[in-house]
Design a binder for this molecule. Structure first.
Ligand code: GSH
Length: 328
């Protein structure tokens, strides 16, 4: 086992020296799938059958990737089937912790472990690699099903439908190619683009990333002036993947990650669209701005070493949006 850096065994996560100052995200390690009958999914092992109460979800309310899984859990009616533990927003030398001295930080509801890394070593004693949220845990076998949010939301989208009777489909077959194309563009230019801007350690790397962030926002603003949602006129996973970055934009990314050419509220269509998604029943409860603001400003030594929390504007996500209400 190597040396721990921010609770990780993977120093490369924060190492921008070898990349011209460019931040690079590594690939998630656990890639199994829950399926209705336990058949293997597109990757990993089988035998992760959809069953009520069998799985536990570990999240940070601050994390945009974990946030996607919370939204799908809410919209797909999985709250009674999959319980949740939420880490503390401060991610310091020990990485994510199960400290409970912050509202909404639940501790580890299963094992009472102190650190998220202890959960990973419980599953894989010789664990190496990044210790991240979200984590989908299988109580039946003591294994990690997945720590890749993009795949967890696809499992949640359909694997439990036979149990819940909830047939909402955010990944409809005929739209999949278009969704994939939009996801790819938004991931690079926006979801991960804000991180690439914020964690850049050279001017050139920052310039490159921040330009992509605002090119993407300009494109989205234009698209949403003509269409209600990203793909096919209906709400899909592409919208929810975009939403978790939008909701963090003015409270965090604008200042902390230096994405400050404009604020989200300066884009009338994108901002109204954000409010429309926020106001879908069940979504607002998944947005915990106190965790979001605290986590970023407290946890990144290189960006905000004195851990001063900014005053921040009041952002009214519940204000009327004037767009067609999402039919989901
Ligand atoms: N590919 C992963 C990425 C998850 C991820 O990067 N999570 C961040 C929080 S926003 C994390 O846990 N980072 C831990 C660390 O940096 O030590 C996913 O989408 O599920």
């Amino acid at each position: 086992m190597g040396q721990l850096v921010n609770g990780n065994w993977d120093p490369a996560w924060y190492d921008t020296a070898s990349t011209g100052g460019r931040f690079q995200r590594t690939v998630a390690r656990f890639r199994n799938w829950i399926t209705p009958d336990g058949a293997p999914g597109p990757s990993g092992d089988g035998d992760f059958r959809a069953e009520p109460g069998r799985y536990h979800l570990y999240v940070s309310y601050a994390c945009p990737w974990a946030h996607r899984t919370l939204i799908f859990r809410a919209l797909k009616g999985l709250e009674g089937l999959i319980d949740v533990s939420a880490v503390h927003p401060d991610m310091l030398d020990d990485g994510w912790t199960f400290a409970t001295d912050f509202p909404g930080a639940t501790g580890d509801a299963q094992f009472g472990l102190p650190f998220l890394r202890d959960l990973y070593t419980r599953a894989v004693p010789d664990m190496s690699g990044r210790v991240t949220v979200p984590v989908l845990w299988d109580k039946a076998t003591g294994r990690i099903v997945s720590n890749e949010s993009a795949e967890i939301i696809r499992m949640f989208n359909s694997a439990f439908d036979g149990i819940t009777g909830n047939g909402r489909d955010f990944w409809p077959e005929p739209l999949r190619d278009q969704i994939e194309a939009v996801n790819t563009r938004i991931y690079r230019g926006f979801n991960n683009g804000v991180y690439r801007a914020g964690f850049a350690t050279t001017q050139a790397a920052y310039d490159e990333a921040v330009r992509e962030v605002f090119d993407t926002m300009d494109w989205l603003e234009d698209h949403l002036s003509r269409a209600p949602f990203l793909v096919g006129g209906v709400v899909t996973e592409a919208d929810w993947r975009l939403f978790t970055t939008l909701v963090r934009f003015d409270p965090v990314y604008h200042l902390h990650f230096k994405c400050n050419r404009n604020r989200l509220v300066d884009f009338p269509n994108l901002w109204a669209y954000t409010r429309a998604l926020y106001q879908v029943p069940g979504v607002a409860d998944t947005v915990k701005l106190d965790h979001i603001v605290r986590h970023y400003h407290y946890s990144h030594d290189t960006i905000n070493p004195n851990r001063i929390l900014p005053i921040n504007p009041v952002i009214d996500f519940a204000a009327p949006h004037g767009r067609a209400a999402p039919q989901i």
